[in-house]
Ligand binder design. Structure first.
Ligand SMILES: Nc1ncnc2c1ncn2[C@@H]1O[C@H](COP(=O)(O)OP(=O)(O)OP(=O)(O)O)[C@@H](O)[C@H]1O
Ligand SMILES: [Mg+2]
Length: 218
């Protein structure tokens, strides 16, 4: 379970996150939407415990994996990057690269990847480990339609294997509809709307679900 109570984050005199209460049940898939600067990354970083709120309480598993919004690569090959800190899992790493359509690049320097390839590699580096809470910050921001589908499939497979809770941010309604059962819209650091994504899943289109009153900026 993830629970936030009266969580606030300020930078100087500006409050960028103010969440009186938020509860996410074990095994839920939650999409975070909202305009640029609305607080999605701040919330994910607090859940990941890489950022500490100024006040309030957080209950969340410590067994967390967090994919930052800006993907990065370490020195070495693509395969080396997936296996960082991991022993004896070469086959699993190759399988993940295959799932994300990166296997032909396995022996290439990770520094030479395109933006989309790098984003998929960063996800492989996360998905090779099990966790209880998976936090993904705009995991498909740099990806084309095919890449987005591959990421959706890989995350779904991972979730089925681990039974983890997933929280991800996105500006793409179709991704939210495909990969989440619940959609939370942030506006100016506050939860503007929080509800089932069922409407959107039944008629996936280019619009955010009707119960979401504001339309996030693209
Ligand atoms: N270290 C910081 N110092 C000052 N302000 C910050 C800092 N980090 C974030 N902010 C501000 O907090 C607000 C929320 O930022 P956040 O990164 O959470 O937004 P976001 O919803 O993830 O946006 P995006 O869609 O662009 O990724 C923004 O106005 C941002 O400028
Ligand atoms: Mg962000």
């Amino acid at each position: 379970m993830v629970e936030l109570r009266n969580v606030k984050k300020r930078y100087k005199d500006r409050t960028v996150l103010d969440i009186p209460a938020l509860l996410i049940r074990d095994g839920e898939s939650v999409a975070l939407a909202g305009a640029n600067g609305s607080g999605k990354t701040t919330l994910l970083r607090i859940l990941a415990r890489v950022l500490v709120a100024d006040s309030g309480s957080l209950t969340a598993p410590h067994d967390v994996l967090y994919l930052p919004q800006r993907p990065y690569a370490f020195r070495g090959t693509v395969l080396d990057n997936v296996l960082i800190g991991i022993k004896n899992r070469r086959n699993q790493a190759l399988e993940l690269l295959e799932q994300l359509d990166l296997s032909t690049l396995a022996a290439k320097s990770a520094q030479s990847l395109s933006g989309g390839e790098l984003q998929k590699l960063a996800l492989c580096r996360v998905l090779i480990r099990p966790c209880a809470l998976l936090l993904l910050d705009e995991p498909t921001a740099a990806l084309d339609t095919k890449g987005t589908q591959l990421v959706c499939d890989a995350v779904a497979r991972y979730k089925a294997q681990t039974n983890c809770t997933v929280v991800f941010s996105t500006h793409t309604p179709q991704l939210a509809a495909k990969a989440a059962e619940r959609l939370i819209l942030l506006r100016d650091g506050q939860i503007e709307s929080d509800g089932s994504i069922r409407d959107a899943s039944q008629a996936p289109g280019t619009e955010w679900p009707k119960h979401i009153s504001g339309k996030p900026a693209e």
